[in-house]
Write a protein that binds this ligand. Sequence first.
Ligand SMILES: *[C@@H]1O[C@H](CO)[C@@H](O)[C@H](O)[C@H]1NC(C)=O
Ligand SMILES: *[C@@H]1O[C@H](CO)[C@@H](O)[C@H](O)[C@H]1NC(C)=O
Ligand SMILES: *[C@@H]1O[C@H](CO)[C@@H](O)[C@H](O)[C@H]1NC(C)=O
Length: 340
Amino acid sequence: MKWIIILSLFASAYCFSNLTFTQWRLRYRVTFPSTKERRQREKIFIDTKNEIVAFNSNPNITYEKDLNPYTHLSCEEFISTRCGTKLPERLRNNPQAIVEDVLDARIAYPFGNYTSADAPDYTDFTNLMQPVQNQLSCGSCWAFSVMSQLEGLLKIKDSSFNTLLAPQFLLDCNTAQVGCIGGWPTDALSWLKTKLGGNNKAPSQLLYPYRAAVKTCRKTLSTINLDIQQVRERYLGGNEGALKAQIANFGPTIVAIYASNDFQYYSSGVFYDPTCPSGNTCLILNHAVTIVGYGTHPTYGDYWLVRNSWGSDWGEDGYIRMARNRNNNCNIACYAMFAQ
Ligand SMILES: *[C@@H]1O[C@H](CO)[C@@H](O)[C@H](O)[C@H]1NC(C)=O
Ligand SMILES: *[C@@H]1O[C@H](CO)[C@@H](O)[C@H](O)[C@H]1NC(C)=O
Ligand SMILES: *[C@@H]1O[C@H](CO)[C@@H](O)[C@H](O)[C@H]1NC(C)=O
C-alpha cells in the first residue's frame, strides 16, 4: 500500500524535468549571489536537463532521473560535498578487521534468527525511521547514518520513541572524525557509547540543530539515553546474502557505499549503475547510508531500500532503491555497521 501511494507521487514528480530554469528556481527556492553565477548555473542546468530527458527515453533503464534541488551543481561539486565516508586506517590496511563478530549467540536478534537462505523475501522497516534529513554541503553522511540507525534502535525498544537525534553533536564533539571532510560510522557509534565520548547519551536535533559545519562542542545538551549495549561491524566482502540476513535479523543497518555521479539525479526506480565499483572492491567507498529493507520490483528486479541524507526532495521521498544481487553494485554489501 505504502509503495502504491509513493509511486503515484513519483508519476507527477517525473514531470519536473519539464520545468524551465526559472520555474525550477522558484520551485526549489534556489538563489544565486550574482547574475554571472546565475548564467553559469543555468548552463549546467540546461545541459543536465537534456541529459536527463535523453536518459529517461531509453526503454532499458531500471530507474529514472529528474530535476531536483541540486540540478545546478556539477557532479564533481555535488558528490565531493554531499558524501563523507572515510575508511579508517585500521580497515585500509586490513579490510576484514572487525570490531566484533556479529555471529554471536549471546546477542539478541530483534526480528528473528534468519540465515541468508531462510530470510523473508521482503522486509521494510521505514516505520522505524524519523523524517529524512539533509546533510547539505558537508561530508557528514557518517553522522546522519549513525543517528538514523540509533533512532531506529530506540524505536525498536520503545515504539513511542519519536525524536530526531543531533548529527551536529557528532560533528562538534567526536573530533577523532574529520567533521565535514568525513568519518566512519562504527567509530562514531563506539565514541557515543564510551564514557569519555558521548557517555551513551545524545542531544535531540531540536536542542542541538544542524549547522553543516563544525562548531563548538556542547555535551551538556545530551538528554537522550542511547542505551547502546554493543557496537557491531561486519565485513561482508560483497556477500549480498549475508546482508539480507543482517537486515532481516537486526533491522536498519548502516552501510558504506560508493555513490557514483548518477546518484545526484536519481528520482525513482531501482538504481543500477554499470560504471559503479562492484564485486569485491570494498576499499572504494565514499558515502554512508542506512538500509531499511529489501524486496523485488516486478520489472526492475531485486533492490535494497536505502535511506539517504540528501533531503526528502531527492529520490523517492529521500530514499533510494538500489540494485540487489547484481554483483554488489556500488559496493553496497561491504561493511554492515550497527549498534544494539
Ligand atoms: C513538456 O515539454 C514538451 C516540449 O516542450 C511539451 O510538448 C509537453 O507538453 C510538456 N509536458 C508537460 C507535462 O508540460
Ligand atoms: C535495449 O536493450 C536491447 C536488448 O538488449 C538492445 O538491443 C537495445 O539496443 C537497447 N536500447 C538502448 C536504447 O540502449
Ligand atoms: C539462532 O539459531 C541457531 C541455529 O539454530 C542457534 O544455534 C542460535 O543459538 C540461535 N541464536 C539466537 C540468538 O537465537
